[in-house]
Structures are given as C-alpha cells and as structure tokens.
Design a binder for this molecule. Structure first.
Ligand code: GRF
Length: 200
C-alpha cells in the first residue's frame, strides 16, 4: 500500500517512518508522497534525502479548498493511507470521507487528556505526573478518533516543555512506525471506538 505523509515541521516522526520502511523488510508500506503546508521545513529535506517526492500545499485560509487540494494530491499518487506526522493543520470532512479509518495522527499526550496544539505545555501546566503519546485515527473532531496505540511518559519534577517533549518524541518514534506498518498490512480493525490489532 502507498502512504502519503503530511508534515509541517522538523519531521522527526517522518524520519522514524522512513527508517522503519528502509530497515524492516516486512514494513509493507510504500512512502510515496510527503505533503507540507510550509516551504523550507526540515521534513521536506528528509523527504528529498530519502528520495520521496514532495509537494508544498500552502494554507490559503479556506479549509475546504485546502483539504480538497491535499486529497487530490494524495489520490493522484495512488495513496490509500494518510499519515499526519506533525501536520499542524486540521483537515476538513472531505479527507475523512475519502479516507475513512485510513488517516493516522500522532498526538503528544494520552488522549482524551490534553487535546489541541499545546499538549506538552498543557500537561506541565496542569501538574500532571504522567502524560504520553497517542496514535489515533482521524475523525471529524480534533484529536478524537479511535485510539490505535498509547504509551505513558512520566513527568519529572524538573521537566520543562523541551525535556518532556524529547522523551515523548522517543515514544512517538517507536509507536508511530509500528502503527503505520499495522495499518498497511491490514492488521487494524475498527469497531466503534475500539481498534483491534491482529497478528499478520
Ligand atoms: C510531534 O510531537 C507530534 O506529536 C505533534 O507534532 C510533533 C511533530 O514533531 N503532533 P516532528 O515534526 O515529527 O519532529
């Protein structure tokens, strides 16, 4: 199966997926396209270094038009899986309709705790002792779809946003490629909110 990866920034999760695809013979997912809403980001360099075609689709202020353009780029490349790897834009309903239970997102908290764009900062500000990582399917609500995998990360007394995010990202880089592989191999089934993993 072909996957399109959407990334807005550093792309360390993209890199983890590239590395998994390169080193795991059974990965089974062809990384066919990287889409960024921003030019000149590290994620685009990582795509180029890995020989993956990329396209920049800038946010133009209209969510429907933006989502349509992204969906067309994904479909034109024959991708059936969409991976949101630090993509800082919300896709409109067209994407969920066209790729139902085929869009994965990684979120730096244990959902449903701390949704939104400042999850690491919010967990610290709340005085939480444990936070973590959630990989989930994307549905019509933000940071809400069925949960594929989670890992907990303890918050240390002297953590700041940077130190905590670094430990969260180490877990992301472990969980996210595994989820992409499982989706590509048809190992994930969704029943309501419950995602079941099947050995293949
Ligand atoms: C990750 O921490 C992810 O959870 C959040 O954005 C960050 C992206 O990091 N959605 P990177 O660009 O993959 O390094």
């Amino acid at each position: 199966m072909k996957a399109a990866i959407l990334a807005s920034g550093s792309g360390s999760n993209l890199q983890a997926i590239i590395d998994a695809a390169a080193t795991d013979d059974g990965f089974g997912v062809d990384l066919a396209l990287v889409i960024s809403d921003r030019p000149s980001v590290r994620a685009l360099e990582r795509a180029a270094d890995a020989g993956i075609p990329s396209v920049v689709i800038p946010w133009g202020g209209d969510r429907h038009a933006f989502t349509h353009e992204i969906c067309e780029a994904i479909a034109d490349t024959g991708c059936e899986i969409v991976v949101m790897a630090g993509f800082m834009r919300i896709l409109g309903p067209e994407a969920i309709d066209r790729f139902p239970n085929r869009i994965l997102n990684v979120h730096p908290a244990l959902l449903p705790a701390f949704p939104g764009g400042h999850a690491v900062r919010d967990a610290l500000a709340h005085g939480a002792k444990v936070t973590g990582v959630t990989v989930h399917f994307v549905d019509e609500e933000v940071d809400h779809g069925p949960i594929v995998s989670q890992a907990a990360v303890e918050i240390a007394a002297d953590d700041d946003e940077q130190s905590l995010h670094a430990r969260i990202q180490a877990e992301e880089h472990r969980l996210f490629p595994a989820a992409v592989k499982a989706l590509g191999r048809g190992s994930l089934t969704v029943e309501g909110r419950t995602v079941r993993w099947r050995e293949t």
